[in-house]
Design a binder for this molecule. Structure first.
Ligand SMILES: C[S@@+](CC[C@H](N)C(=O)[O-])C[C@H]1O[C@@H](n2cnc3c(N)ncnc32)[C@H](O)[C@@H]1O
Length: 311
C-alpha cells in the first residue's frame, strides 16, 4: 500500500503530473523539461526528485545532462503504466505541453539535419575519426555473415557506408536517411563501387516506408545517439524484420565527450549494454552478441539481435 500511496501523492500536484506526462513520451533532460514548463531548473529538479523517489521515474545522468524517463522496472512500473493510461488526452495544459515538446523535438531534428547538410561531403572522413573503421567493419561482417540471398535495410544510412560493406554479400540492400545531402553522397559512393543491388531513398526511420517483416537484416550504424527516442527507432526497425531476421546496432559505449553534444549534435553520450539490450528484447529480439571495440577516447559497441522465429 505504501508504494501506491507514495506514487499517488507524488503525482497529485499539477506540475508533477505534467512532468510525469512529458516523461511518458520519452527520456527528457532537466533543461528540456524546464523549458517546456517555463519553470526554473532547480524547481523542476525538486519535482523530478519526488517522482523519482516515488518509483515512477528514473534518472539517467549522462555527462552534464540528466535524463528522466518512466521506470523500466520495479514496483512503481505497474503504477506508472496505469497512470499513463489515465492521463486525460484532451486536457488543454497537457496538450499544450505535448505541442511544446513536439516543437522542441522538431528544432533539435532541424539542428541535426543542418549539421549533416554541412558535413555530408566530409562525413566519410569524420566517421573514421573515432575508432579504426576497418576493424569495426571486419567485426560487423564476422558477426553477421550473409549468404547472398538476404534483403538488408540500413537505417540512417548517411553516405551509405554500411551498404558498401554488406551490399556485395546480399541479394538486395536498401538504405534510408532523412538528409538529401547525405543521400546524394551515398548515391555517388554506390555508383563509384558499382553496387547496382543497393538503393537509397529519403525516409524517416521512425516511419519506415516498408511493410512488416520485409527484411532479413537491418543495420543501424552510429545513428541512435542522434535521435530523440532510440527505443522507438529500434521498435520500428524490428517491425520490418522477418521472424529470425537479424539486427545489428552499432554505437558508442557511454562516454564523457561533451564536445560531441555541443559541436556535433549528439543527443546521447553513448549507450550502456543493458539499455540497448533492453530495447532489443522489448522488440522481441534475442541478444546474440555484444562486442566492445575500445578506442581512445571512444569505445564502439556492437549489439547483434535476432527476431524470434514465428511460433
Ligand atoms: C552519424 S550519421 C551515420 C551515417 C551512417 N550510418 C554511417 O555510419 O556513416 C547519422 C545519420 O542518421 C540520419 N538520421 C538522423 N535522424 C534520422 C531519422 N529520423 N530518419 C532517418 N535518418 C535519420 C542522419 O541524417 C545521418 O545521416
Amino acid at each position: 500500500m505504501n508504494v501506491l500511496l507514495t506514487a499517488l501523492r507524488a503525482v497529485a500536484e499539477p506540475t508533477r503530473l505534467r512532468l510525469f506526462a512529458l516523461c511518458a513520451e520519452g527520456a527528457l533532460s532537466v533543461s528540456e523539461l524546464a523549458q517546456i514548463l517555463g519553470q526554473s531548473q532547480p524547481r523542476v529538479s525538486r519535482h523530478l526528485k519526488l517522482l523519482t523517489d516515488a518509483g515512477l521515474l528514473e534518472r539517467v545522468p549522462e555527462g552534464s545532462w540528466v535524463f528522466h524517463r518512466l521506470v523500466a522496472d520495479g514496483p512503481g512500473l505497474p503504477i506508472a503504466q496505469q497512470l499513463t493510461g489515465l492521463l486525460p488526452e484532451a486536457d488543454r495544459t497537457l496538450a499544450l505541453d505535448r505541442e511544446r515538446l513536439d516543437r522542441a523535438k522538431e528544432a533539435r531534428a532541424r539542428a541535426a539535419q543542418r549539421y549533416f547538410r554541412r558535413n555530408a561531403a566530409g562525413w566519410d572522413r569524420l566517421r573514421s575519426l573515432h575508432v579504426d573503421e576497418e576493424e569495426v567493419e571486419r567485426v560487423l561482417l564476422g558477426l553477421m555473415p550473409t549468404d547472398g540471398e538476404e534483403e538488408l535495410l540500413d537505417v540512417g544510412t548517411g553516405t551509405g557506408r554500411m551498404l558498401e560493406v554488406f551490399g556485395p554479400g546480399v541479394r538486395r540492400a536498401r538504405g534510408i536517411d532523412l538528409s538529401v545531402e547525405m543521400l546524394a553522397v551515398a548515391r555517388s559512393n554506390l555508383d563509384r563501387v558499382g553496387l547496382g543491388n543497393c538503393q537509397v531513398r529519403q525516409a524517416d526511420l521512425f516511419q519506415l516506408p516498408f511493410s512488416a517483416e520485409s527484411f532479413d537484416a537491418v543495420t543501424c550504424h552510429q545513428v541512435l545517439h542522434f535521435v530523440d527516442d532510440p527505443a522507438r527507432a529500434i521498435t520500428e526497425s524490428a517491425r520490418v524484420l522477418k521472424p529470425g531476421g537479424r539486427m545489428l546496432v552499432v554505437d558508442f559505449a557511454p562516454h564523457e565527450q561533451e564536445d560531441l553534444r555541443r559541436d556535433n549534435e549528439h543527443r546521447r553520450l553513448g549507450f550502456g549494454d543493458a539499455e540497448v539490450s533492453g530495447w532489443l528484447a522489448a522488440s522481441r529480439l534475442d541478444i546474440r552478441d555484444v562486442v566492445h571495440l575500445p578506442g581512445d577516447p571512444l569505445t564502439v559497441t556492437v549489439w547483434l539481435g535476432a527476431k524470434e522465429a514465428a511460433a
